[in-house]
Design a protein around this ligand. Structure first.
Ligand SMILES: Nc1ncnc2c1ncn2[C@@H]1O[C@H](COP(=O)(O)OP(=O)(O)O)[C@@H](O)[C@H]1O
Length: 348
């Protein structure tokens, strides 16, 4: 393996004619929406006591999403080419790393949330170790600690004087040989995190969906349409997760190889892969706006606090009902109360 920065990569100037205009605009919109939604979510969540692992994980997702949102302004300036190369270098070394880590922390936490919902159905009343608040807090802390410490070499090993040869500074040009090696290895590790979490979610939600369907049948519900709708809604969370993150994970591997090995020696191909990576990364980042919707749909306590905060008049009951109807919470009004099983796994 050739661990040195390929000459082709250094010589090939990054074409930023499109990215310098389009991405700052796209990220600006994302920043405003994400800041409003996540600040509101944080304000509500931190008035809710951590009485379940579910709330613990959701609180951690809010913190990760808020941190990720705060890195966006620097990304906007860096993409737009505003400021000196020092700003771009700061983005490469610190801000971009934090952006990626918080993204993967969110992914891991969403995996833990699906596992938690699954356990809630298997043991609605019993408490296994994973359902204890203390264990939830320790697991969340472990996720943060592992991700932060494993990404630290990405910061430390970006210590080379940046090579700017006319075009935009490439983050990989600030890395030593060891830095490039770690960057590539850590990116493979992140691929495992994403595809592993996706597999876990598919298994958990398939099981949840099956249980919800059985719950319908047991109630001898006449509404087959409602049952079908329920099953479809169950997959909304997994579907959104896949659509947001999968394209980036397909684009990331070949792009990383252009950074670390002599792959795609054609400059045009390198630029195309860069644009593909940037576009799909923006799509992944939109997840920071979608997570707050999950809180509304899945977390009853959150929904109650939100309604109270916005005031009963401000949020018309009809509007709230339609929100709940499109939710994945799957409250089953046709089912006798004693047999109801909601998507969030709790007998309502
Ligand atoms: N999955 C990841 N986790 C943590 N840091 C990452 C990850 N992927 C890339 N990085 C770091 O983020 C910075 C920007 O990387 P990258 O987006 O590949 O560069 P560029 O903007 O030049 O395409 C680099 O320091 C890189 O090591």
């Amino acid at each position: 393996m050739n661990n040195s920065l390929p000459n082709a990569s250094v010589k090939c100037l990054r074409d930023t004619s499109v990215t310098a205009v389009v991405f700052p605009c796209l990220y600006s919109i994302l920043f405003i929406v994400a800041l409003v939604l996540n600040s509101l979510a944080a304000w509500i969540f931190f008035s809710i006591p951590s009485t379940s692992t579910f709330v613990v994980f959701l609180k951690n997702v809010v913190v990760a999403d808020l941190l990720m949102t705060l890195t966006i302004p620097l990304r906007i300036l860096s993409d737009a080419g505003v400021g000196s190369w020092h700003l771009r270098a700061f983005h490469c070394r610190y801000s971009a790393v934090l952006f990626y880590i918080t993204m993967y922390i969110s992914i891991l936490l969403l995996g833990l949330i699906s596992l938690d919902r699954y356990l809630k159905i298997v043991r609605p009343f019993g408490k296994c170790a994973l359902q204890r608040v203390r264990v939830g807090q320790m697991l969340s802390a472990a996720v943060w600690a592992v991700m932060l410490s494993l990404a630290l070499p990405n910061v430390i090993l970006s210590d080379q004087p940046p090579r700017i040869s006319g075009g935009r500074l490439k983050c990989s040009s600030m890395k030593s040989k060891a830095g490039l090696l770690w960057h590539e290895g850590f990116n493979y590790f992140c691929q495992v995190i994403f595809w592993g979490t996706l597999a876990l979610m598919v298994v958990c939600y398939t099981f949840i969906s099956k249980k919800v369907y059985e719950s319908y049948k047991a109630s001898k519900s006449r509404s087959q349409a409602a049952s079908r709708k329920t099953k479809a809604k169950v997959f909304v969370v997994v579907g959104v997760f896949f659509i947001c993150f999968a394209p980036f994970h397909f684009a990331r591997v070949p792009y990383t190889l252009t950074q670390t090995r002599n792959m795609a020696s054609h400059c045009q191909a390198q630029n195309a892969l860069y644009i593909a990576k940037e576009t799909t990364l923006w799509l992944s980042a939109t997840n920071v706006c979608l997570d707050p919707l999950i809180y509304v749909f899945l977390c009853k306590v959150f929904r109650k606090r939100l309604t109270a905060a916005l005031g009963p008049k401000a949020l018309h009951k009809g509007a709230m009902d339609s929100l709940t109807a499109t939710s994945t919470q799957l409250e089953m009004s046709q089912i006798p109360h004693s047999k109801r099983l909601s998507y969030n796994g709790m007998p309502e």
